[in-house]
Ligand binder design. Sequence first.
Ligand code: IPM
Ligand code: MG
Length: 360
Amino acid sequence: MKAHIVVLPGDGIGPEVTNAAQQVLDKVSSQFGHDFQMDEHLMGGVSIDQYGVALTDETLADCLDADAVLLGAVGGLKWDDPNAKVRPEQGLLTLRKEMGLFANLRPVSTHPKLQESSPLKNDRLKDVDILVVRELTGGIYYGEPSCRSIDQDGKMRAVDSMVYWDYEVKRIVQLACNLARDRQCKVTSVDKANILESSRLWRQIASDVANDHPLISFNHLLVDAAAMHLITKPSNFDVLVTSNMFGDILTDEASVLTGSMGNLPSASVGDSGPGLYEPIHGSAPDIAGKGIANPIGMILSAALLLRHSLQLEQEAICIETAVSLALDDGCRTIDLQEENALSTQQMTKAIISRLEKNIT
Ligand code: IPM
Ligand code: MG
């Protein structure tokens, strides 16, 4: 298969982990006889430095034209001035919106051998297999007004707006129900309907969608309770569907179950067109450039790219199996284990060597 993949390494550890995923994709393409054309562009802070904007029109056009986009991470202290007019994160938000990627799929499952890497009690970590379906192009990330003002006495005020349209809720909850059919047929919709009007609309529309899916066991949960249940009884969840910001927060929390935020991949998809694949972690400026970042979330994102955008299921499974085998054999980056930790490159090599064995 021939495919055009746009690669946006971004900032901080982004380039290091993206390089790892590219090595894995190169190996898969040579072993399976594919031709992946990978084009790199600047995005985020590095694009601001070079072009004055976080995402140029050319880069956006190339992404829209690609079969899929692979992204590392954006952001960093250098661009963190609260008064800055341009921010690295704007590039990512524009990209998600312009590509129509309303759904962000974040699978969270625990690997038995990584229980020691999690600060949580081991018995809680058994049989955890959650798919978080995060709404990605609406809610407080995009709502207007979003602004600041200063009154005559110098008092400052800032506003963000959580806005949801009925059709935005409908399509994301529908997707969650459809995905649940291939899993345990259980959907938990998470909101804050006791307080927020946008959540009351969310709950109403979600209930309507649930009525159309009689085979799905559907329930609503308030986000504060969901945050607690994710830690106290994580194996009760199957598919968790929620709004943009709640999904962002709950997935960082859920990543603790797996031992590290560095382990988690994500796939952002829309109705059609290319998908965007990125780990859930950020640019981790504190460890950037040291060659010690965990490449697993990024490598598993590449697997999701093969599965969702290129329909290469067997290749995706090969990557996922190789990661799992490397973990079985005790390969760990420093976020998972401080002693005898592997570098990003050593971990990548460990995964690639198991990939090769797996295929041949
Ligand atoms: C994520 C990140 C982003 C988000 C940031 C970098 C804009 O935290 O993908 O989870 O909040 O969506
Ligand atoms: Mg996040």
